[in-house]
Design a protein around this ligand. Structure first.
Ligand code: KG4
Ligand code: ZN
Length: 336
């Protein structure tokens, strides 16, 4: 089975061909980061325009690198939710036109399900059920992956996502967008015990996250020291922010695993590239004797392979769409 996956939910135009659910035949990612850097974050209008310009070339390249023609495909999968609406619309419209013109099934894929699927690409033996922490720029979720196509959200962020918190703290420290990776680099030579940062308490669902208090605390810390003419050590602050975010994500995931009886845990999303988060999750799982899975680094950020992989499982489950498919900016995984 050969599936073409198309992703355009944020600032990466990506396409990939995946064979038999788990083998990547090609993966092309055209990132717009350099352009958005000038504005300190993704400018939705610019993102949509670049997707329009790039999508045909990216898809052609993915097909050619896989040595696959449109005729060889068994389906065309596309991210239809959630994300920036104008950005999503480019991928959805393109995939619809392509699927209709070559008479192939169109497969609508939820972006978070795609992130989860990166673990199938990295670990041939992984099968549901398991518990997955998905942390990215737009989402922080603890999800029960009941089957390849059935998900139950156990906890989610009430405000900022973990990646957003990394990026906003990084911006306050003077790092350019996207700051998560810069905090990761600076943290390598910093002392995580230098700054005691808050672990926010969340009333109600004990598996929900909240990162806005941590972000505010870091911003205030920087402003107060600036007013006093003290320059904070960026490496120490980065290490402290990183270890605090890693602890919050790991603690809640371990509590949820214990509560629900899961011994198989996975990590996914852009923040799964973070050294501190990978180490904390892997140590916590090892301590408890849990099996732990995380994607290879090149699959952590947005890519087309994750959409093609999840699209393959969706197609096997009979999930397809017709020409009425629309993009949706906000859509819970439980409503797919
Ligand atoms: O999954 P993703 O590519 O896009 C969304 O679906 O949101 O995630 C992007 C997020 C950004 O916030 C970025 O700063 C963060 O993932 N990120 C990292 C690292 N690499 C990417 N955060 C911390 N450390 C990293 N190494
Ligand atoms: Zn993503």
């Amino acid at each position: 089975m050969l599936i073409l996956g198309i992703e355009s939910s944020c600032d990466e135009t990506a396409a990939s061909v995946v064979e038999d659910c788990r083998t990547i035949r090609s993966s092309v990612v055209s990132t717009q980061i350099e352009e958005h850097k000038k504005y300190g974050g993704v400018v939705p209008e610019i993102a949509s325009r670049r997707h329009c310009e790039n999508i045909l070339g990216v898809v052609k390249q993915a097909l050619s690198e896989a040595s696959v023609s449109l005729d060889d495909l068994d389906g065309i999968a596309v991210t239809y939710a959630p994300g920036l609406i104008g950005a999503l619309l480019v991928g959805v419209s393109f995939a619809k036109a392509l699927a209709m013109s070559c008479g192939k099934p169109l497969i609508p894929v939820h972006h978070i399900a795609g992130h989860i699927a990166t673990n199938y690409l990295s670990h041939a033996e992984l099968e549901p059920p398991y518990l997955c922490l998905v942390a990215s720029g737009g989402h922080s979720h603890i999800i029960e992956v009941e089957s390849y196509t059935k998900f139950h959200v156990i906890g989610r962020t009430r405000d900022d996502a973990a990646g957003e918190c990394f990026d906003k703290c990084a911006r306050a420290m003077g790092f350019c967008y996207p700051g998560g990776v810069q905090i990761d680099n600076a943290a390598k030579t910093g002392d995580p015990k230098t700054f005691k940062l808050p672990h926010p308490a969340v009333a109600g669902n004990e598996f929900d996250f909240s990162f806005s208090g941590l972000k505010t605390n870091v911003i205030n810390l920087i402003h107060n020291s600036l007013q006093k003419g003290i320059e904070l050590n960026k490496n120490d602050l980065s290490a402290s922010v990183q270890s605090t975010i890693a602890e919050i994500l790991t603690d809640k995931t371990m509590k949820a695993a214990e509560h629900l009886g899961y011994k198989k845990i996975a990590l996914a999303g852009g923040v799964s590239a973070n050294t501190g988060v990978r180490a904390a999750m892997s140590a916590a799982c090892a301590e408890r004797g849990y099996d732990f899975y995380m994607p290879e680094k090149f699959l952590c950020g947005d890519n087309g392979a994750m959409i093609a992989c999840q699209g393959s499982y969706d197609l096997l489950a009979g999930i397809t769409a017709d020409e009425s498919l629309n993009a949706i900016a906000t859509l819970s995984m439980e409503d797919i």
